[in-house]
Design a protein around this ligand. Structure first.
Ligand code: P1T
Length: 427
């Protein structure tokens, strides 16, 4: 099977001017159907496509290689991730990770930020290392100085894996600094940013020099907790790498269904609206946690009291900065995505009570949906990380992670306050 569809190029440019983020989210990849006029793209479930003669077709042969809904979603994503030109969708964020790591070839070395999603850690250690011979060195890319980061480089270092902010301790990585270190070393590894936590609305890593951006679309991009899917996006100068990855997308075959692509594209149309609401709500909840006598420590990089709040501001995408600057000045901070982690006073018992006492924050894994979620990383999303490593990262039994949804702000704040009261004060 050959790959029939090429890589998608960005559009959303009119009269030399690029439409804004929200306009692109709604229109790019969603042009009215030329045959029927349907404003919303139909779902194309066919797995195969008629050929007029052998090799003569309308751009589609077999739907693993390409289908109208996946192509349309990829076009939307290439346009939304600023600086992106090529987007490829996969059956999950984890399948995206797997395909990228497989593209590095045998014997490659990876440098990864030390705090990553538990499933990414598991893939690097238990699959790539044990089965594919890829070595990963986990480095504190937030706290280590340049010399310390450079000591991790090897001749065969092919990739640097960044999450920023990290899952779940929300460490912030200075992406341009890591890019310049990568460029300064003879191995010149690719710099990849998993942008799941901030979404293409709050952060544009390609504009900061990243080579590849990865998303679990399961989270903010789809936004409604009803699709598992992933994607990667590359800038124009990585056309050859995009072609290689597209070959692997088809050859490995971890592709999403047309229906899921259609849902994710529908979700992406409101990404800008949802992210603004997630950010405003998260800032309000983070402030309430900061003022609570029942909280030991709150981690939200948008809070002015966060040690890397200036880096958070510098790392805002151009569209997020415009949004933040349009808000009335708040001396306590600015919206910076919807994720918060905090350490509740006490230990596992208080954390467990908080998680079951919350009414609106549902106790569940995942993040980025319209509904608020809360979880205990040590036992849930990061349970696959050995206990000693979790402890070194600060993922203890009283660390609670919140995915702040887009419900009414005051309801969420009241819910967190009552759950804290129940968990710590009325034991
Ligand atoms: O679940 P999946 O679509 O395969 O995506 C994996 C993934 C990749 N990158 C980051 C930063 C992630 O947070 C995830 C998935 N995370 C969760 C399910 C979670 O609750 O943290």
């Amino acid at each position: 099977m050959t790959v029939t569809n090429g890589v998608n190029s960005v559009n959303g440019v009119h009269g030399g001017k690029k439409d804004g983020f929200g306009t692109r989210a709604i229109h790019v990849g969603s042009e009215a159907n030329t045959e029927t006029g349907a404003v919303i793209p139909p779902i194309s479930l066919s797995t195969t496509y008629k050929q007029e003669g052998v090799g003569k077709h309308k751009g589609y042969e077999y739907s693993r290689s390409g289908n109208p809904n996946r192509n349309a979603l990829e076009e939307t994503l290439a346009s939304l991730e600023s600086g992106g030109s090529f987007a490829l969708a996969f059956a999950s964020g984890s399948a995206t990770t797997a395909t990228v790591l497989q593209s590095l070839g045998p014997g490659a070395h990876i440098i990864s930020v030390n705090d990553v999603y538990g499933g990414t850690f598991r893939y690097m250690k238990r699959v790539a290392e044990e089965n594919q011979g890829l070595q990963t060195t986990f480095v504190d890319l937030e706290g280590a100085d340049d010399a310390m980061v450079l000591t991790a480089f090897r001749d065969n270092t092919k990739l640097i894996w960044i999450e920023s902010p990290t899952n779940p301790t929300l460490r912030l990585i200075d992406i341009p600094r890591i890019v310049s270190l990568a460029r300064s070393h003879p191995s010149n590894p690719l710099v990849l940013v998993d942008n799941t936590f901030l979404s293409p609305f709050f952060s544009s890593p390609i504009l900061l020099g990243a080579d590849i951006v990865v998303h679990s679309l399961t989270k903010y991009v789809n936004g409604h907790s009803d699709v598992v899917m992933g994607a990667l996006i590359l800038p124009e100068h990585h056309a050859a790498l995009a072609t290689k990855l597209r070959f692997l997308q088809n050859a490995i075959g971890a592709v999403p269904s047309p229906y899921d692509c259609w849902l994710a594209q529908r979700g992406a149309k409101t990404l800008h609206l949802r992210m603004k609401a997630h950010g405003v709500n998260a800032l309000a909840v983070a402030k309430a946690l900061k003022h609570s006598p029942y909280v030991e420590d709150v981690i939200y990089p948008g809070l002015a009291s966060h040690p890397r709040n200036d880096l958070a501001y510098r790392s805002l995408s151009p569209h997020a900065r415009k949004f933040v600057e349009s808000l009335p000045k708040d001396p306590e901070g600015f919206p910076y995505g919807g994720m918060i982690s905090f350490r509740i006073k006490g230990g596992a018992e208080e954390a467990d009570k908080f998680l079951t006492a919350a009414r609106l924050f549902t106790l569940a894994e995942s993040l980025g949906g319209v509904e608020s979620l809360a979880e205990l990383p040590a036992e849930m999303t990061h349970g696959s990380i050995p206990e000693a490593e979790r402890a070194a990262l600060g993922i203890g039994s009283n660390l609670v992670r919140l995915s702040v949804g887009v419900e009414e702000t005051e309801d969420l704040v009241a819910d967190v306050e009552q759950a804290l009261e129940t968990a710590v004060n009325r034991k």
